[in-house]
Design a protein around this ligand. Structure first.
Ligand code: AMP
Length: 120
């Protein structure tokens, strides 16, 4: 696995070096609007810790970070009134997963029917 790049765009957002449209913040997590939304609601949730992807987060994050991240997603879903209609969580991971930003993040997509899980 490659090393975490501290200059990736989400690390820079966390340091306040570039702006974001913040949706929610907790001790270990930050959520903000995706800059290129693919649905009426498109929010990114990231851990504040330096985890490159879902594999690293799952293997290396503390129980407190895991709990905080899951609770952040649930909080945002309720805050944005997505729970009853539903939504999709996506964690693109690595080259085959199409991950562009090498800092773990989950996309929350909602506000309309999102469509097929995978299109080729
Ligand atoms: P992924 O392909 O899962 O790595 O997705 C990265 C996401 O980050 C894309 O949906 C981009 O639109 C989004 N993104 C990139 N730069 C920014 C930024 N500065 N602020 C908000 N979202 C961004």
């Amino acid at each position: 696995m490659s090393a975490y790049d501290p200059n990736n765009v989400f690390a820079r957002i966390l340091r306040g070096e570039i702006p974001c449209k913040k949706v929610f913040e907790s001790p270990h997590s930050l959520a903000f609007l995706d800059i290129a939304p693919q649905a009426p609601v498109h929010i990114l949730v990231i851990p504040k810790g330096p985890y490159i992807d879902a594999t690293a987060f799952g293997a290396e994050a503390t129980p407190a970070e895991h709990a905080d991240f899951c609770a952040a997603i649930a909080h945002i879903v309720q805050q944005e009134n997505l729970a009853s209609a539903g939504y999709r969580l996506i964690a693109n991971t690595g080259p085959d997963g199409g991950q562009e930003v090498p800092h773990y993040h989950v996309h929350i997509l909602g506000g309309k029917a999102i469509g097929p899980m995978v299109s080729n």
